[in-house]
Design a protein around this ligand. Sequence first.
Ligand SMILES: Nc1ncnc2c1ncn2[C@@H]1O[C@H](COP(=O)(O)OP(=O)(O)OP(=O)(O)O)[C@@H](O)[C@H]1O
Ligand SMILES: [Mg+2]
Length: 377
Amino acid sequence: MVNATVGIVGGGQLAQMTYLAGVSLGIDVVVLCPDGTEPAVRAGATHVAGVPERFDDLLDLARRCDVVTLDHERTPTDLLQRLSDAGYRVAPSAEAARVGRDKAAARVLAQAHGVPVAPWIVTGELEQVTSFGAVHGWPLHLKSTTGGYDGRGVWPVRSPAGVPEVMGQSRGPLLVEPTLRLEHEVSAVVVRSWSGQMVTYPLIETIQVDGACREAFVPAEVPQALRAQAGDVAAELAEAIGLVGVMAVELFVADGRLLLNELAVRPHNSGHLTIEACATSQFENHLRAVLDLPLGASELRTPAAAMANVMGGPDGADPFDRVVGALAVPGAAVHRYGKAPAPNRKLGHVTATGLDAHQARSIANRSAAALASRAAS
Ligand SMILES: Nc1ncnc2c1ncn2[C@@H]1O[C@H](COP(=O)(O)OP(=O)(O)OP(=O)(O)O)[C@@H](O)[C@H]1O
Ligand SMILES: [Mg+2]
């Protein structure tokens, strides 16, 4: 589809970078979000005011575009289904969005396709958590099945004594799994179009601090056999859900083997480095996929690349007040989302390429560190 308009539910940084990828292809982007201060609107995307939970707002968006896609997981999947039943193109589909929204649904899907997952249950009963811990060993990780992000909605607990407090904080039943000794965390980013063309990106390694992604880099420092296996898992799950658009498959490496963590059925934080590192970014390929255009190549155009997230510091000050220092680091590509600063909020990222991951990480981290407020460092 040429001369097309893509509608995105949500106007955050993912929508912003998708919008920017569309500019050079002449693809228009309309975003549905509450107000005009959101990153994609500030960047120049057309704004439809509304919220993802209201069907009339979704209709308002759908009427203005050729296909509706997503920037976050907050859209109720029954509303996505209603949109598609009403004849509008929705990518990803309601069913695909459901496995991206619900950590339990992602595990069920993985198991149906022979993809290993850690032992897990979903329960609202204290005794069931306690007996799960007795069988599989403490500590445990307790998680909200939906609505979590950046480690919010994930609670490590050391012993049964810690469980009631988590149950008090969470709404609804919890997904329970053992705390794993993680050797690596990796993200397999895959893109698939309406016609079924599929491209997988080189496997990306991620580093989490307090449950939130702090860094990502390529190539992932895991054996080649695991890299290939991760790509195969992503491709198989993409086919299984009839993916249209980008999906990131978050995988743990524990005891030398891959375990599924969760699916993000949209462009993903780990894939931001594809802008500088790959022949075609995840954002451009997302647009191409949802419009059924030929997908671009995903291979690296540099030996290695790394991305460091820029988070709001504890003092609530804007890290970008110090942007001059970040720009002074040669090779650093600084991305600012234009969001209001708040502690631990993702406000931007820095990417660097290099001859190896170590070099790329050191450039990206030096630039990101120049943005960190004194209180945070
Ligand atoms: N069972 C586990 N054992 C050890 N660490 C875990 C476990 N589950 C989660 N973690 C850690 O917590 C992080 C966040 O978990 P998860 O990906 O489930 O949450 P999230 O907040 O939805 O993440 P995202 O920011 O990717 O949306 C993981 O990346 C990992 O570092
Ligand atoms: Mg995660």
